[in-house]
Design a protein around this ligand. Structure first.
Ligand SMILES: Cc1cc2nc3c(=O)[nH]c(=O)nc-3n(C[C@H](O)[C@H](O)[C@H](O)COP(=O)(O)OP(=O)(O)OC[C@H]3O[C@@H](n4cnc5c(N)ncnc54)[C@H](O)[C@@H]3O)c2cc1C
Length: 414
């Protein structure tokens, strides 16, 4: 507090026409207001699942003064809108470097969730029942054949089920099902509990969480970071991680010709039911929609993929399409109480792949954005690879395909 009062006296001297006797002698600090911090060893922009995971990973690697700056509330954007599916096998058409990154991250989840539970006492409800991929049309049947073939050839865990077997596993699914795949390793996490655990873990590691504060620009000079200009003033640092989700490219970088790669918002709506006893045990997926049963009886039904700018309204047509896809999976949905609707903005880069790692032009500027449909899934590996790149100064080969400079190379930046 001694430091605070010195700062105040300097500021009051500016009002030299106010008699000194009229100036307050004491100041009550708002307890909600995060302490303004003037320096950071590493500053992370964005308090979603990605920023929180990276901040924790940095602190665990011994970085002492990590500051995370969040414009509004921690975890309140895409990360809490998500369904929490960790299902790369159900979604992939190919075994490319993105698929490998996703599988690696999924396989880190049991250790990641257990460590968070140990650190905070919060159970992120990692559910390892698995995912069922259902086929209702000729096209769906061809899709499951294709997935079964290439994943089987690679020795990945996947089982083919006939309609009877599928309905024995999940009696709530529609009688119209024509075939299914089971992906036993594609699992799910309760992403809102995961966020609570990450916030608590960061607090425990003494990461400074500055909420209600936005980073307006990144100041750099001769190719080096000097600090971040925030709505509360400058924070000096030589290392900044951009993890601002769909808003990442609003952040300006001074003194450089290369801007932050363009990240666009892609809206996804969600509908939530209550189901006791639960309508399903597995995550149930089709090419058109999915159901995700939660431990507390909620069932999430998703989703839409919309180019609607930064609009987050839930719309009648969005809910209508989610409901018809959910009813295709299980007609029993029609009897369930609908208990919530929401939407979120997925951050998508122009090639739909994440943007990860340092760029060549500005030393100390590191990207962790553009996770699009897979930010919850990719959080553990993003945290490890980005913290590793900063602390050990080694860019792992896994990051090669996802670096920020790939856009400049093909001239697709704005
Ligand atoms: C309906 C839906 C379903 C989804 N389902 C899944 C799923 O099943 N599995 C999966 O893996 N992923 C899923 N996703 C995708 C996942 O939610 C995202 O990829 C992930 O949440 C992105 O995390 P993030 O931290 O980058 O972004 P966000 O969670 O959006 O966080 C970014 C944060 O940065 C802050 N910020 C931005 N700019 C600034 C600034 N200048 N200064 C300070 N703070 C700033 C924002 O306020 C925000 O809090 C889904 C998304 C949606 C919308």
């Amino acid at each position: 507090m001694v430091g605070e009062s010195v700062k105040l006296e300097v500021r009051f001297n500016v009002f030299s026409n106010v008699p000194k006797s009229k100036l307050p002698t004491t100041l009550t600090l708002d307890r909600q207001m995060p302490q303004f911090c003037e320096t950071a060893e590493v500053l992370v922009i964005g308090g979603g699942v990605i920023g929180l995971t990276i901040a924790r990973a940095l602190a665990l690697r011994g970085v002492r003064n990590v500051v995370l700056v969040e414009r509004a509330r921690l975890g309140a954007e895409a990360s809490s809108a998500a369904a929490g599916m960790l299902a790369p096998q159900a979604e992939a058409d190919d075994a490319d470097s993105f698929f490998n990154l996703c599988c690696q991250s999924r396989d880190m989840y049991p250790t990641f969730a257990a460590a968070l539970r140990e650190e905070t006492g919060i159970d992120a409800e990692l559910d390892r029942t698995g995912t069922l991929y259902l086929a209702f049309t000729e096209h769906d049947l061809r899709e499951i054949d294709h997935r079964y073939d290439w994943q089987g050839r690679l020795g990945l865990a996947v089982q083919k089920l006939n309609p009877t077997d599928a309905r024995t596993l999940e009696p709530g699914i529609s009688e119209s099902v024509r075939g299914a795949l089971k992906f036993p390793n594609d699992i799910q996490v309760e992403n809102r509990r995961l966020l609570s655990a990450l916030i608590a873990a960061n607090e425990k590691q003494s990461v400074r969480l500055m909420t209600g504060t936005s980073v307006e620009s990144i100041r750099c000079n001769r190719g080096r970071i000097e600090g971040a200009v925030t709505s509360r003033g400058l924070v000096s640092t030589d290392t900044i991680v951009v993890a601002g989700g769909a808003w990442s490219s609003f952040i300006k970088v001074t003194d450089t010709a290369s801007p932050i790669p363009r990240i666009e918002p892609v809206k996804g709506q969600m509908v939530c039911f209550n189901s006791r006893p639960s309508i399903a045990r597995h995550v149930i997926y089709t090419p058109r929609g999915y159901l995700v049963p939660r431990r507390d009886g909620r069932v999430l039904a998703g989703t839409t993929t919309e180019q609607a700018g930064f609009d987050k309204e839930v719309t009648a047509s969005g809910v209508h399409s989610i409901l018809s896809n959910a009813l295709e999976i299980s007609p029993r949905i029609s009897d369930l109480p609908l208990v919530g609707v929401w939407s979120g903005l997925r951050p998508r880069a122009q090639d739909s792949l994440p943007v990860l790692g340092p760029g060549a032009e500005v030393r100390g500027l590191v990207f962790a954005t553009g996770h699009y449909r897979n930010g919850i899934l990719l959080a553990p590996i993003t945290g490890e690879l980005i913290a590793g790149a900063i602390v050990d100064n080694v860019v792992s080969t896994e990051l090669n395909a996802f670096g920020p400079d790939r856009f400049a190379a093909v001239g697709v930046n704005p």
